[in-house]
Ligand binder design. Structure first.
Ligand code: IMP
Ligand code: MG
Length: 180
C-alpha cells in the first residue's frame, strides 16, 4: 500500500489542523441556521466524520452517493445518482461535504439537482481543491481545506479504483499505478 504513494501531502496531524479550522469557521457561520451536512459518498467519509465532530452548532447529516468516474482518473462527465438523500431539503441550510473538487462536474450536477428542492441556502465544503482543473464555470468551494496540484491524490477516504481509502494521511499516487 505505502509503496504506491509517492509523497505524503498532508499528514494525520495536518489534516486534523485543517479540519479544526474548517469546523470553527462553519460553527461560526451557521449559528442560528438549519445546518444539514450532506456527505458525498464514498470519498468524504473520513472528512465528514472528523468535520462533524468539530462543528459545535446543531446539525443534521445525510448521505448521497453519485458516480462521476467510470474508472481511471479522468472524469467521464456523466454523473449518476446511486443513493439519494432521505431528508427533505426545504428550509435547510445545506452544506455539501466533498473530498475533492476537480473538474466540478459532480458538484455542478449535484447543485443543480438539489437547488430544485428549495433549500434555504446551499454551500460547498471541500477538503481538497484542484482549481486549475475546473471546467464548470462559477463553481467554487465556499470552504476549502487545501489546494492540491494536478496529480492523483489518495488516502483519508480518497480512492483510486476503490483502493487506498484507508490511510489516515493524503498523498499522491505514483504515476505508474494509474497510467498503465
Ligand atoms: P469532478 O466531478 O471532476 O470535480 O470530480 C470529483 C470527484 O472525482 C471527487 O469526488 C473524487 O471522488 C474524484 N476525484 C477527483 N480527483 C481525484 C483525486 O485526485 N483523487 C481521488 N479522487 C479524485
Ligand atoms: Mg472517488
Amino acid at each position: 500500500m505505502l509503496k504506491d504513494i509517492e509523497k505524503v501531502y498532508y499528514s494525520e496531524e495536518d489534516l486534523h489542523n485543517i479540519v479544526v479550522r474548517l469546523g470553527k469557521q462553519i460553527s461560526e457561520d451557521y449559528k442560528d441556521k438549519n445546518l444539514l451536512l450532506v456527505s458525498v459518498l464514498k470519498g468524504s467519509i473520513m472528512f465528514m466524520a472528523d468535520l462533524m465532530r468539530q462543528i459545535t452548532v446543531p446539525c443534521e447529516i445525510d448521505f448521497m452517493c453519485v458516480s462521476s468516474y467510470q474508472s481511471g482518473t479522468t472524469s467521464s462527465g456523466a454523473v449518476r445518482i446511486i443513493k439519494d438523500l432521505d431528508i427533505n431539503l426545504e428550509g435547510k441550510d445545506v452544506l455539501i461535504v466533498e473530498d475533492i473538487l476537480d473538474s466540478g462536474r459532480t458538484l455542478g450536477y449535484l447543485k443543480s439537482v438539489l437547488m430544485t428542492r428549495n433549500p434555504r441556502s446551499f454551500r460547498i465544503c471541500t477538503l481538497l481543491d484542484k482549481p486549475e482543473r475546473r471546467v464548470v464555470p462559477d463553481l467554487f468551494a465556499d470552504y476549502s481545506g487545501a489546494e492540491v496540484p494536478d496529480e492523483f491524490a489518495a488516502g483519508y477516504g480518497l480512492d483510486y479504483d476503490e483502493k487506498y481509502r484507508n490511510p489516515p494521511y493524503i498523498g499522491n499516487l505514483k504515476r505508474e499505478v494509474y497510467s498503465e
